[in-house]
Ligand binder design. Structure first.
Ligand code: ZN
Length: 301
């Protein structure tokens, strides 16, 4: 491997930076202050905490597997161990704040030692995946409108389908869940969290698929694109390809192929510098809870 291929160098933008790294690679991230934070991925690992499965990677109806994963990062010469837990309530985590950075530790490839990738695209293409931002900045330069009515008091893992389908949660105990499910009744309004420049169903009942799957795209002036997806929607309420202003209802959620519990399935990807990287939609929902919601948008439970 040539020396330069081991370096990811990024000027941090006013929107979140998604990055994947192999062990031994390092990234240099330029903060607003001009300081450079150097991050090297030293190691990664993952392990099952508990499972009800007879055999790993073999789905059983309503089975449950909880796991944890970690990495060691050397940041500006000092080592830090980051550890996450999925699919417990701790799946809804806070970013680490280290040396002027916010670091979201999204995934490690090691989880696919015991999970299948059979429930949506979510496997990192390198050993670990992160989202990084200057700690003085938000994940984007404007408030986000709630994507759907926000459950009061925060997201609860028990309201993610059958209590497991957060981002990378183990669907039926065995398959990494490539999205975040939020249970709500058929027809629940979905609103645009940000202005949507283009949108369409990439799968639909009308086209002969078994589900309605929507994709909306927002292009930031800095060149990054945010790709938002919602699946299981009952219907669109704004015509395909028509721009949608932030806050406008664009669909009725849940209800189509939504299984044992009606829910919407949310997906978040960032496309920038020729790469598309999937991230935990919780990053968006956390921001909506922090700054984008009015009490009228909260659902009583
Ligand atoms: Zn789902």
């Amino acid at each position: 491997m040539c020396y330069s291929s081991r370096i990811v160098k990024r000027m941090l933008k006013d929107t979140l930076t998604a990055v994947e790294m192999n062990r031994g690679e390092y990234g240099e991230f330029v903060l607003r202050s001009g300081a450079v934070a150097r991050i090297e991925l030293i190691s990664t690992s993952a392990r099952v905490i508990r499972t009800t499965l007879q055999r790993l990677k073999v789905e059983e109806d309503a089975a449950r597997t909880d796991y944890c994963f970690n990495c060691v990062l050397r940041i500006n010469g000092r080592e830090h161990t980051l550890e996450r837990e999925v699919s417990t309530q701790r799946s809804f985590y806070e970013p680490w704040e280290i040396d002027g950075l916010h670091i979201w530790f999204d995934a490690v490839e090691d989880i696919f030692d015991f999970l299948a990738e059979a429930h949506g695209e979510c496997r990192p293409r390198k050993h670990a995946r992160f989202a990084i931002q200057d700690a003085t900045l938000g994940i984007c330069p404007e408030p986000l409108h709630p994507w759907c009515p926000l459950p009061e008091g925060g997201l609860k893992i028990e309201n993610c389908y059958r209590g497991e389908d957060c981002w990378l949660g183990a669907y039926n105990g065995a398959s990494a869940h490539g999205g975040l499910d939020i249970n709500h009744p058929r027809g629940t309004p979905l609103w645009a969290p940000i202005d949507i420049d283009d949108h369409f169903f990439f799968n639909s009942l009308a086209m002969g698929h078994n589900n309605n799957r929507w994709r909306g795209i927002h292009r930031w002036p800095n060149g990054a694109e945010w790709i938002l997806q919602a699946h299981h929607m009952t219907e669109l309420t704004v015509g395909e390809h028509e721009p949608i202003a932030k806050g406008r209802q664009f669909a009725r959620g849940a209800g189509v192929l939504s299984g044992a519990v009606d829910h919407s399935h949310f997906v978040f990807k960032i496309h920038d510098l020729g790469e598309t990287i999937s991230l935990d939609p919780w990053i968006l929902f956390r921001q909506m809870y922090r700054e984008g919601s009015g009490p009228e948008l909260l659902v009583q439970r």
